[in-house]
Design a protein around this ligand. Sequence first.
Ligand SMILES: NC(=O)c1ccc[n+]([C@@H]2O[C@H](COP(=O)([O-])OP(=O)(O)OC[C@H]3O[C@@H](n4cnc5c(N)ncnc54)[C@H](O)[C@@H]3O)[C@@H](O)[C@H]2O)c1
Length: 438
Amino acid sequence: MTQLKQMSHLDISPPTPGKFKMDKSPYIHRLRGHGSLAKLTFWSFVFLGLILIFFFHSPSPNSLPSDPFRRSLRTYNWGGPAWEKRVRSSAKVRSRHGISVLVTGAAGFVGTHVSAALKRRGDGVLGLDCFNDYYDPSLKRARQALLERSGVFIVEGDINDAPLLSKLFEVVAFTHVMHLAAQAGVRYAMENPGSYVHSNIAGLVNLLEVCKNANPQPAIVWASSSSVYGLNTKVPFSERDRTDQPASLYAATKKAGEEIAHTYNHIYGLSLTGLRFFTVYGPWGRPDMAYFFFTRDILKGKTIPIFEGANHGTVARDFTYIDDIVKGCLASLDTAEKSTGSGGKKKGPAQLRVFNLGNTSPVPVTDLVTILERLLKVKAKRNIMKLPRNGDVQFTHANISSAQRELGYKPTTDLQTGLKKFVRWYLSYYSGGKKASG
Ligand SMILES: NC(=O)c1ccc[n+]([C@@H]2O[C@H](COP(=O)([O-])OP(=O)(O)OC[C@H]3O[C@@H](n4cnc5c(N)ncnc54)[C@H](O)[C@@H]3O)[C@@H](O)[C@H]2O)c1
């Protein structure tokens, strides 16, 4: 991965001044012995050259010290009056009762839609995203261009970058944080487990640390996942069901996030709302998700793997259309109570919530393929396979009564209608000269 390559490049630490002196002394000693002016001049140049190399390889003021997590941070350019002006302008509230929201993961699938919806209603929105290459970054850039046109600026940076986050809160007194940045995907966790710890655990803690110190503290709404239900077999999944049997590292990091949220709410009075999304799909979606790569592969005439459970059991998902998820996110922000702490100290009990945001009607994956075949007018080459034990669960099914009651959440888009919109977007996006990667 290009990002990993860049990381290893950044890992090369600059020589410390102490080390430098140690290297220098034997040379000087030898020079004294020879007493030759020419050699002294030569070694002076070498010495000067080394000093220059040292300075050119020194980290910039905005880069971070290296520790096990931060070592993998890329260096981003941020800061300066022009940059601050863009930040302020993007986060400016333009409606009477508007809120100012920092949206992390804004170049992601859900983040783009949520940012656009907030901006449309006059809220102040500032995006933050590291544009990693977990999937085709050009799709993230295209989403960024889309947001740019509606006045949303996405700051390039990592949620682990404490100086950057603190700076953002210094420039804008955000009332809310919509935290969507994460390492998503269930299977990739076996390939790159560190990226899940980096973004979903270390990054979350860093963000909460900065939020806890902010004055005023913002209210935080963040994305957990339906995957926390793991091996739970009781359906439909209710927020009260057990979530202590994650089936993937991704799920385990989201579950850890829920516990971390509890801690920051308990100790520092941060208002926190966790949203357990159920398989979100729609235009500008994620290429690593089945509905997306099935579409790509059906069009290419490639065979698609369709999983089945034990004893030919159906694999089904509670597919939830992006517009319904956006409504749930906005309702969560609007009903979030203020955080109660200040100066990093709790002043009273604060709100702590968890909601399922699903669609309440699981659809077998075979039906998903049939709908896609009809919309694409191409017959899929199906390869029925046993569901591998690498993180995916056999079905998901949301009980949304709590979100219905407290957020007025009511999904309205069925899979047929939602996929029709997705396919229309897919065909227009990729016919414009862009190719689906992979
Ligand atoms: N899409 C779904 O079906 C689904 C289901 C359950 C939960 N979720 C959660 O919802 C959130 C949004 O998901 P999505 O589908 O939009 O995913 P996405 O991958 O499209 O978006 C996440 C964005 O976060 C960014 N990011 C990752 N690590 C970062 C870091 N350390 N610093 C800054 N930016 C970082 C990525 O570049 C990406 O643009 C995630 O938290 C995800 O785990 C999504």
